[in-house]
Design a protein around this ligand. Sequence first.
Ligand code: FAD
Ligand code: PHB
Length: 394
Amino acid sequence: MSAERTQVGIVGAGPAGLVLSHLLALEGIESVVLEARSREYVEHRVRAGVLEHGTVELLREAGVGERLQREGLVHHGLELRFGGAGHRIVLSDLTDGRTITVYGQQEVVKDLIAARLDAGGDLRFEASAVSVHGLDSERPAIRFTHDGAERDLRCDVIAGCDGFHGICRDAIPAGVLAAYEREYPFAWLGILAEVAPSAEELIYCHHDRGFALHSMRSPKLTRLYLQCEPDEDLDAWPDERIWEELQTRLATDDGFRLGSGPIVEKGITPMRSFVVEPLQHARLYLAGDAAHIVPPTGAKGLNLAVADVRVLGEALAAWYRSGATELLQAYSDTCLRRVWRVQHFSWWMTQMLHRFAGDDPFEARLQRSQLAYVTSSRAAATTLAENYVGLARV
Ligand code: FAD
Ligand code: PHB
């Protein structure tokens, strides 16, 4: 079996793995990124769309924000809609001018892949990590298959950026990690449609029939979601039924009209909260969805993945520069502070906006009261706004 060598072996070319590889290259640190899927697949996987203020700044400062700045849609506010009326939360007024940018995750991924390949970076697509070895040694290795052959990649450290279903988290010996988890009794049915957005900003809508979300990708592409059953069958949702349900949930007393158009993508996203602690074992560091999952209601998954690797990149840079291990040792604790803040925010948005099975009338009234409070109290709206645009320090 042939063996190769690099400084940092990265499993996964999602946002976490690609941003890490890019940040390391800026520090003169070599990495190899192994990605199980094809380049075509990862560049077209429709997922998140909201970038926090700090995520945009990081990408810009790292030199990969040029198209993002040109094509990203900067939003100063969002709408909470319930009881047939909309209520605007003016994010920028409540957060000293901070904003969010709507720019598809696959566009971020495309920009990062192009930047890495232009700089001569080593990204291997259709290269599946099978196992990791020697985590307790100074030369841990990733065993992977590529072009039908099995190889070893020897590294100084391994970054497990391989998402929730990856292999890195499970490679940590039993008893090291503690997992904290919550499953929600619903999922999201998401569509991408070729039609201009029906509003300039995102609309998070609480309705008796369930949650709905109006988002977008460009002036010609609308992204919409509907709360559905966790085991929902997509075949039960022909296009007309989706549009009717969206129109019903998003309706307002002053006659909001949802524009419709050809649906070009349809999928079900499960809802889960999940964290493992710690995010590190010996020479293996977990980052992004490999270590934690948030329900998408807070629009945080991608942002949290980027926040992790920013911390990891700085810690590895300090280590390579001077041998200092303090930042690496603090990696898990530093990240977990943000992870839990974001977990709470995502859970809070989820429980405020969805319809829960059983329709407990007491819970329903608490939800309404909370929505009324968030949309009428500056203090409560500020809590939502500062978490939504992303806390600079946690
Ligand atoms: P990923 O993007 O999952 O990247 C991990 C990569 O590792 C993948 O490319 C995978 O192919 C690769 N990989 C896995 N195993 C191996 C292996 N053995 N060897 C090599 N490579 C491997 N967030 C939102 O905020 N809003 C949304 O609407 C939203 N929708 C989502 C829909 C879906 C279906 C999913 C799964 C997630 C969604 N998220 C959403 C969450 C958000 O997209 C993630 O938080 C984000 O992608 C995390 O980035 P990551 O790099 O940690 O992981
Ligand atoms: C999206 O545009 O895909 C999106 C926006 C906000 C969310 C989740 C997803 O909370």
